[in-house]
Ligand binder design. Structure first.
Ligand code: AMP
Ligand code: TRP
Length: 334
């Protein structure tokens, strides 16, 4: 019998402008492995309800469609993978509630993302605390073995694994233990205007110069890179680069696939201006086909709807079987 392929699950929130960090940290990994794994990729719109910043005039559903269109434009093959919207599949918030009854509060209150985000707000919605349980549900419903994400999500995936372990030891082997899959390059792209801070979707929309959108036009890309904060010197040294130049080199590396040695040969001793203009050329070349395909998929519309409807049905089918098992194990099923 053929061996079962590894299953991958991941998702992105429709809560701002998708940037090159989302591409190198998440999307690029999904596309590279899509024919060797059994992939399920979700637009996590219920998670996005926890962010209050009004980053766009668009409705959540329009932003969700845009994110799904971007998945396809980046090269996800809808015949090979499942693509769907989280809010269309009831099993996700349902399992999340069940997990709420099982997981100690302390496991949630020690999450770094909760601590940071709650410290930035006066009024903290409960959903900010239980966010990782909805994320664990996303993953555990589908028996995902691997979760391809950027570095910032490692703690949440490890929590999902701990939850699965705890549940299994109490109720039997119900869940597969997932593990994070963090890429070698581009798993943590920093802001171009502040290279010690992570590039973020909401800030990318609000402040020019912070991030580069995956579908930014060439002149916007050139403008942002020209203004990017560098180090205090004037010529590149790959080995001893400070945070600004290190970030530009990391982006170059993630998009070109070159090694540190190749980067050294290409850039050592060259001026910062050369690095910036070569990086601009590289990003414009790599992102142009994605941008064109994105606009085509959105304009065409009906194909995207078909993909999402088919994805919804398949996701419902797989995940409702898992919910039935969970309810049986809890002796709550008739
Ligand atoms: P989010 O923007 O928080 O919805 O994240 C979506 C995916 O992109 C997750 O897998 C994140 O880990 C990844 N990601 C977000 N920001 C970055 C970044 N600056 N560098 C690399 N990966 C990122
Ligand atoms: N919390 C993730 C982020 O902000 C998004 C997410 C939700 C996710 N559910 C997921 C990522 C399941 C991987 C798997 O990036």
């Amino acid at each position: 019998m053929a061996e079962r392929k590894q299953r991958a699950f991941s998702g992105i929130q429709p809560s701002g402008k998708l940037h090159i960090g989302n591409y190198t940290g998440a999307l690029k990994q999904w596309i590279e492995t899509q024919h060797s794994v059994d992939g399920i990729y979700c637009v996590v719109d219920l998670h996005a309800l926890t962010s209050t910043e009004k980053t766009s005039e668009k409705t959540v559903v329009d932003q969700s469609r845009e994110v799904a269109a971007l998945y396809l434009a980046c090269g996800l093959d809808s015949n090979a993978s499942i693509v769907f919207l989280q809010s269309e599949v009831w099993t996700h918030p349902y399992l999340s509630w069940v997990l709420e009854t099982q997981v100690p509060l302390g496991w949630l209150s020690r999450m770094t993302q909760f601590k940071t985000k709650s410290s930035e707000r006066d009024s903290i919605p409960t959903g900010l605390l239980t966010y990782p349980l909805l994320q664990a549900s996303d993953i555990l419903l589908y028996d995902a073995d691997i979760v391809p994400v950027g570095d910032d999500q490692k703690q949440h995936i490890e929590l999902a694994r701990d939850i699965a372990q705890r549940f299994n030891s109490a109720y039997g082997e119900i869940f597969t233990l997932p593990q994070p899959k963090i890429g070698m390059d581009g798993s943590r792209i920093m802001a171009l205007d502040a290279p010690t801070e992570k590039m973020s979707k909401s800030r990318a929309l609000l402040s020019h110069g912070h991030g580069i959108g995956i579908v930014d036009e060439p002149d916007a890309i050139a403008h942002t890179i020209r203004r990017a904060v560098t180090d205090s010197g004037s010529s590149v040294s790959v080995e001893s680069a400070g945070p600004g130049i290190r970030n530009l080199l990391n982006i170059y590396k993630a998009f070109s696939g070159e090694t540190d040695n190749e980067l050294t040969t290409r850039f050592d001793g060259k001026g910062y201006g050369t690095l910036k203009s070569d990086l601009t050329d590289l990003l414009v070349e790599k992102l142009a086909p994605i941008r064109e395909e994105y606009h085509r998929v959105l304009a065409e519309g009906s194909f995207l709807d078909e993909v999402l409807s088919k994805g919804k049905e398949r996701a419902l089918q797989i995940s409702s079987e898992k919910v039935a098992l969970v309810m049986e194990s809890l002796d709550i099923s008739r």
